[in-house]
Design a protein around this ligand. Structure first.
Ligand code: SIN
Length: 277
């Protein structure tokens, strides 16, 4: 097994795993990556020479691939979704706190993002720990949240009237006709570590089951303000050769949109999950 140098990116989330070559991983390396992903929610690899085939085979080492229904596909490799913004576009994909695929009955376990083209500055991604956010709450609120479930959908984003469909990203998106709806507990246990996690996000959670939207927003907006506290975050500054993999159950992420006039292209593969409780 390779000697891996682990560098924490912040107190609660993210580890840079240095010394690994993603083209050449032993079973022990893969086990170490999976363990660190479960423990820290985000693992980052630097200076990788990873082409599309290697991206796919690394992803398959982690778990089965689930193809995103909306993002533009990479022509040659349908397993790879493109997260792209051209020099002429103003809106980016992922430009708000969210977790991928929470609108699915079985949300994706994780996502693996490879930097292909980066702006000269900016385009960083923020991550936040939903374990730390949950732990920071009072026992009283924790107990209340444990009794609640929330509705998640992507229709207001990717449907015909959706925010992204009607933005300058719209022409590249697919899946407008799809309907999504999933109901998940507000607090879930991480399937590997058993840690309790806050499981709502401002992009895809529409309301609390049995509550009106206004009632729901009063509580949800409070939880979003907790989840987005800088104390629970880390910031990933991408470089050529950077690859990041995050756990969609235990983290939120936010792709900063501060590089207008420049192109950014990322290749994303999403890994299938397990039922969440
Ligand atoms: C995403 O939200 O999956 C994309 C993140 C990024 O582009 O940094």
């Amino acid at each position: 097994m390779t000697t891996i140098q682990m560098v924490k990116m912040s107190e609660h989330v993210g580890t840079e795993m240095l010394g690994l070559d993603l083209n050449n991983l032993s079973d022990g390396d893969v086990a170490a990556i999976k363990a660190e992903l479960a423990a820290r929610g985000l693992v980052v690899f630097r200076d990788q020479q990873i082409d599309e085939r290697a991206h796919i085979s690394f992803a398959k080492n982690i778990g089965p691939i689930v193809v995103n229904n909306y993002f533009p596909e990479n022509g040659e490799f349908p397993e790879i979704a493109e997260v792209r913004k051209a020099e002429t576009q103003m809106v980016n994909i992922g430009g708000g706190w969210h977790t991928d695929h929470s609108y699915d009955q079985i949300p994706a376990m994780g996502s693996i993002l490879v930097a292909r083209e980066l702006p000269p500055v900016g385009g960083d991604t923020l991550f936040s720990s939903m374990a730390a956010a949950y732990e920071s709450l009072s026992d009283g609120l924790k107990a209340t949240l444990e009794t609640l479930r929330a509705v998640h959908t992507a229709d207001h984003i990717y449907g015909p009237q959706g925010f992204l469909s009607n933005s300058d990203q719209g022409a590249d998106l697919k899946g407008r006709e799809l309907k999504t709806r999933a109901v998940h507990p507000l607090v879930i246990r991480h399937p590997v570590t058993g840690q309790k996690l806050l499981y709502v996000n401002s992009a895809f959670t529409t309301h609390i089951e049995g509550w009106t939207r206004d009632e729901s927003l009063a509580l949800l907006n409070y939880l979003y303000s907790v989840g987005s506290q800088s104390a629970f975050q880390c910031r990933l500054i991408w470089q050529p050769g950077t690859v990041a993999m995050w756990d969609n159950r235990s983290t939120w992420h936010y792709a900063l949109n501060d590089y207008h006039g420049h192109r950014r292209l990322m290749h994303r593969i999403t890994i299938d999950g397990v039922p969440i409780h």
